[in-house]
Design a protein around this ligand. Structure first.
Ligand code: DX5
Ligand code: ZN
Length: 221
């Protein structure tokens, strides 16, 4: 299974966004992760379609858009139109998850579902065939730079088992507190796509940090 590193621009310097995205590309980043927060689903407010459109002009890398919002379907059309490639919605904010995942695919995006640390992975069992990506949150969403929650490692393993048992090839992504000291455990548990904000952008050399994180996803690490 190949490894994807997805730097989160939540921790980028917005005065130098183009430079920070270029640094991610130089380090071999696979996706750019975009955290959309509405101040309701999570206690923080970030960006919308305009920033997705700006990022779309700055890079050809896939834009991995993580919607931490209530009523996420309100944003599907504008985000897809702005250039999002992956749209991930929270199970906790999506009572009609099946319909919403289908709508995301209709718009030509990959459809993802995220679960908070307190939400069982089994809650996604009946939509596995509708998922292109399953995101296990390894912190409570809302802010960058939080401490990784250890108990989520066994959950990543359960998510991997569930996907394999269903014959699903969906991406298994982790997000929150991913850094040199946590990434290998997540990779061993079965994750293949790693969001990293603080670890990448607080490093003296963001490109080198991306390479270092990737190197830690191997049996030698
Ligand atoms: C948390 C966001 C994350 C955040 C991760 O609510 O979903 O994507 O940017 O940041 P770090 O890697 O700093 O924990
Ligand atoms: Zn995120």
């Amino acid at each position: 299974m190949s490894v994807r590193i997805a730097p989160s621009v939540l921790s980028a310097d917005f005065g130098r966004l183009a430079d920070d995205v270029a640094r991610c590309e130089a380090g071999g980043a696979d996706w750019i992760h975009v955290d959309v927060m509405d101040g309701q689903f999570v206690p923080n407010l970030t960006f919308g379609a305009k920033v997705i459109d700006t990022l779309r002009r700055l890079t050809k890398l896939p834009l991995d858009v993580h919607l931490m919002v209530v009523e996420p379907e309100k944003y599907f059309d504008s985000f897809a139109g702005a250039g999002a490639n992956v749209l991930t919605i929270h199970q906790e904010a999506a009572p009609h998850l099946h319909r919403q995942l289908h709508r995301i695919r209709e718009l030509g995006c990959r459809a993802g579902a995220a679960i908070n640390p307190s939400t069982p992975v089994e809650s996604l069992r009946d939509v596995i065939v509708d998922l292109d990506l399953l995101l296990v949150m390894t912190v409570n969403p809302g802010f960058g730079g939080q401490k990784f929650i250890e108990g989520t490692v066994s959950k990543i393993a359960r998510a991997k088992q569930m996907l394999m048992a269903a014959g699903s090839s969906a991406t298994l992504e982790v997000d929150g507190g991913i850094a040199r000291d946590t990434i290998t455990r997540c990779w061993r548990a079965g994750a293949d796509t790693f969001v990293a904000g603080n670890a990448v952008f607080s490093a003296p050399d963001a490109a080198a940090e991306i390479r270092e994180l990737r190197a830690r996803c191997s049996e030698q690490a």
